[in-house]
Design a protein around this ligand. Structure first.
Ligand code: ATP
Ligand code: MG
Length: 262
């Protein structure tokens, strides 16, 4: 469906269309639509723009990725549908591998996502060749599969959109986990080393610019950025900004759009 340009929520609808289109192309799982809707709800609350707390979270994430010896970006259907180009560009800037890692693993979806990433300029895509598959012992079924060359041997795993179970399993394996999740209360958010509470469509382009800047810094400065970051405190600050924002709206900042009708 084409989105009318004069629709007051045209931008949000265009993003939604990408997810729906992605589902018809087998890139996005049905559950990915539900996850997207959950993200939209939180994005309304953060005002659909990048808040100051997310700028700091993004900076810490980029610093950790630049310091990593073996960083890997884990890509799922929603990420591939929403920002494949930015994901690939970012991976090149921070020197990270890309692994397709799906909660709902199907070879048709893997192929569709592989195609999208290749079109976006990715030369090597991990996670799909069964020769390199190995298992995370903490998890059951298909969710256990990871690539020996990728997530399994990574020191830092960047999971823009992940399920809580897998985030917990990665932490228990000793990995440093960075996530993007609009829900600051999800298990993914709580279990990550660095949680970016922002929409990934804004976070990725901004992190590309941050990475260009931080690449010029020496490792000592990057280490300081990471050492000064505490995820639990950052999430508490995030919740406090969100609740104060809602409180301010309730106390008068919210204007009644129907008042002109009276
Ligand atoms: P968890 O498993 O971590 O406890 P969950 O089961 O509620 O959380 P999942 O479906 O596993 O959630 O993961 C999807 C998460 O991604 C949701 O928290 C949702 O808010 C978030 N999300 C969806 N779309 C976006 C987006 N575009 N940018 C950032 N976050 C998003
Ligand atoms: Mg989940």
């Amino acid at each position: 469906m084409s989105v009318p340009e004069d629709h007051p929520r045209a931008e949000s609808l265009k993003v939604r269309e990408k997810i729906i289109e992605g589902m018809h192309q087998s890139i996005v799982a049905e559950a990915g639509l539900i996850a997207h809707g959950r993200g939209e709800a939180f994005d309304y609350i953060i005002g659909e723009k990048t808040p100051e707390f997310a700028v700091k979270q993004q900076e810490a994430a980029v610093a950790l990725l630049l310091l990593a010896e073996k960083p890997v970006i884990s890509v799922n259907g929603n990420v591939a549908a929403l920002c494949p180009k930015e994901t690939v560009e970012f991976s090149k800037i921070v020197g990270a591998s890309i692994e397709i890692n799906l909660f709902y693993r199907k070879s048709e979806r893997e192929k569709a996502i592989e195609e999208v990433l290749k079109e976006a300029g990715c030369d090597e895509i991990l996670g799909i060749d069964p020769i390199y598959h190995t298992y995370i012992t903490e998890l059951s079924h298909l969710r256990r599969i990871v690539d020996k060359r990728g997530i399994f041997s990574a020191d830092v795993v960047f999971v823009p959109l992940e399920d809580g179970d897998r985030t917990m399993a990665l932490r228990k394996m000793g990995k440093n986990v960075i996530s993007i999740d609009l829900n600051p209360l999800s298990r993914t958010s709580l279990w990550s080393n660095i949680t970016i509470v922002n929409n990934l469509i804004r976070a990725f382009p901004e992190m590309i610019e941050t990475a260009k800047k931080l690449k010029e810094k020496d490792n000592l400065e990057l280490k300081k950025i990471v050492a000064d970051f505490n995820n639990f405190n950052s999430l508490k600050k995030t919740l406090s900004v969100l609740s104060k924002g809602l409180d301010n709206l309730a106390k008068g900042e919210l204007k009644d759009p129907t008042r002109k009708l009276r």
